[in-house]
Design a protein. Structure first.
Length: 562
């Protein structure tokens, strides 16, 4: 289900669109598209574009297409196509029957190129790629014309036809637009429109051996699909004159308006597809869906919700200048969303055995525990309580420091939803000296009691029954990099990988209500954070939990949000 803000905030893109509607440009219609290249998985930066394009279409009663801009067979695969479709659906958007591929338009694109040759606006160039770069000039010096720039129309048509027929090797020729080698915009210095590439295409196989360049195919695909507003990121700003030049020279019926906005940059990670591929192929992460990755597949597996990502994209807004967004804001949006929807349960990550000396041997109570203290409508579950429990190792301290309000010698604490207990003694491992077991006594009159009828204690600790709890594996995730902008440093970005980005704990215990937890289910482990049952590695009776985010919200403290 598409989630849209009841009153989307205004921004410069919406102002442009509203002016177009007012002046009846495009007959008052709004048609956008999300056009990823299927050479990698979508990441959080793509989510901003997805939300913007689909959100604008929904807001103005228009349409939004999903189109694979598959014009480079190198690296494009059906796996990536399937992942893109899956991720956009997961985000909550529906393109209905408007799924398109640039490869569907290859014949039309070829005929457009032929038309440019026939009108003297394109020519076959036989310079090498390196020679073309050398001829292009610099920001302060004009380019040099190719010696092949003045080939006749007939010769160009013949060579282009033979390029398509496969008579030439890769790199022997390219098709270039004839624009202006002296243009201050280097993009307009006779850009390459087609190149020879004998690489199988994941959809058309070896039917074609020449492929259109992105800039050529993109604007024409937009026109073919009758897009009104081609919304893209700032790196394409210099390409807009070429976008317009091609559509003007070809005199197409539909000429979309290209509008650029600032791409999303997120701290403590990288959003360069090339760098993400390097992380995957180099084995620095465990695939595209590694929960540390900024990919939507990784975020889904970690436990992020589509609503949280949509909220995040709305909060950062649409800007004209690039900036780096603090990862803490994304964490805040995830935490805010999960606080409303996640059931509360108890899990102990690093178990410490707790024996209640005066609790009856063999007795088991079923304590009623709410799924959400602020939302009674979410119901409750029964949690077994017995003589021997597990608590967190951090919830007992032999020599408690100042402001420590949990269990220790001479101290009392409340067991969550249960009784008040008082320290009695401890047992240490003779070999290591570590605390192996804590003994205490309980007051049977304090079950779920509270002042003024009950006794007040400073601390509350969570627990699970030793006999009835389930073993579980928990994966604690931290930032993938240990500097905010790894690509902005002078050194290789891989040097800034955080060696502590993943900690796996295999000795965890969780309450019995989680025995049938389905992969993808999200919970708040009380006092510990939000966790998700892993989509791939969990098995019945042996769940694997990924920590989505901690309970601490540093962004709220920094921003002053309440």
């Amino acid at each position: 289900m598409l989630q849209t803000h009841p009153s989307p905030p205004s921004d410069f893109i919406r102002e442009i669109i509203e002016e177009h509607i007012k002046t009846n440009r495009f007959q008052g219609l709004v048609a956008t598209r999300f056009p990823p290249e299927p050479n990698g998985y979508l990441h959080i930066g793509h989510a901003k574009s997805v939300c913007l394009n689909f959100g604008i279409a929904a807001q103005y009663g228009g349409t939004c297409n999903l189109r694979m801009d598959d014009t480079d067979p190198s690296g494009e695969t059906r796996e990536y196509v399937d992942s893109i479709i899956r991720d956009v659906k997961w985000l909550g958007f529906d393109w209905q029957n408007r799924l398109f591929y640039a490869s569907d338009y290859y014949e039309q694109l070829y005929q457009f190129a032929v038309h440019l040759i026939e009108t003297g606006k394109a020519y076959v160039c036989s310079l090498s790629a390196e020679e073309i770069r050398e001829h292009r000039g610099t920001l302060t010096e004009p380019g040099q014309e190719s010696p092949y720039r003045n080939r006749s129309v007939e010769e160009n048509l013949d060579l282009f036809k033979r390029m398509r027929a496969g008579e030439f090797e890769d790199g022997a020729h390219v098709l270039r637009a004839r624009i202006d080698m002296g243009s201050p915009n280097i993009t307009l210095r006779d850009p390459v429109l087609y190149r020879i590439k004998r690489t199988p295409h994941y959809r058309v196989g070896m039917k074609w051996c020449i492929y259109p360049m992105y800039d050529f195919a993109h604007c024409l695909s937009d026109s073919i699909e009758k897009i009104t507003h081609s919304i893209c990121t700032l790196e394409f700003e210099n390409n807009r004159p070429l976008y317009d030049w091609l559509l003007d020279e070809l005199k197409v019926e539909y000429h979309p308006q290209q509008i650029e906005f600032a791409r999303l940059n997120l701290s403590y990670t990288v959003l360069s597809k090339r760098r993400l591929i390097e992380l995957v192929e180099g084995g620095y992460v465990n695939g595209w869906d590694d929960p540390r990755m900024p990919t939507l597949a990784g975020m889904r597996r970690r436990g992020y919700t589509p609503g949280a990502i949509q909220n995040f994209c709305e909060r950062i807004g649409v800007a004209k200048n690039d900036s780096i967004i603090d990862m803490a804001l994304l964490d805040h949006c995830v935490r805010e969303d999960l606080n409303e929807r996640a059931k509360r349960v108890m899990g102990v990550l690093r178990p410490l055995r707790l024996v209640i000396d005066n609790y009856p041997e063999g007795k088991v109570e079923a304590l009623e525990c709410p799924h959400h203290p602020q939302n009674p409508g979410m119901g409750s579950r029964e949690t077994p309580f017995s003589k021997i429990l597990y608590i967190e190792q951090d919830d007992f301290h032999e020599n408690p420091p100042k402001k420590y309000n949990r269990l220790g010698p001479g101290r009392e604490v409340r067991l969550r939803y249960g009784y008040i207990i008082k320290y009695a003694s401890m047992v240490k491992d003779e070999r290591t000296g570590e605390i192996a077991e804590v003994h205490c006594t309980y007051d049977p009159k304090t079950k779920n009691s509270s002042p003024p009828d009950g006794r007040k204690v400073e601390g509350v600790v969570h627990w699970v029954s030793a006999e009835h709890s389930l073993p579980a594996e928990v994966r604690l995730y931290e930032r993938l990099f240990n500097v905010p902008n790894p690509l902005g440093e002078k050194e290789d970005f891989l040097k800034f990988l955080n060696p502590k980005s993943l900690e796996t704990i295999s000795t965890c215990r969780v309450e019995t209500s989680l025995k049938d937890a389905t992969p993808g289910s999200r919970y708040q482990f009380e006092r510990l954070g939000y966790f998700c049952v892993d989509l791939k590695d969990s098995s019945p009776g042996r769940p694997v939990f990924n920590r989505i985010v901690t309970l601490r919200d540093s962004w709220v403290k920094v921003s002053g949000v309440k």
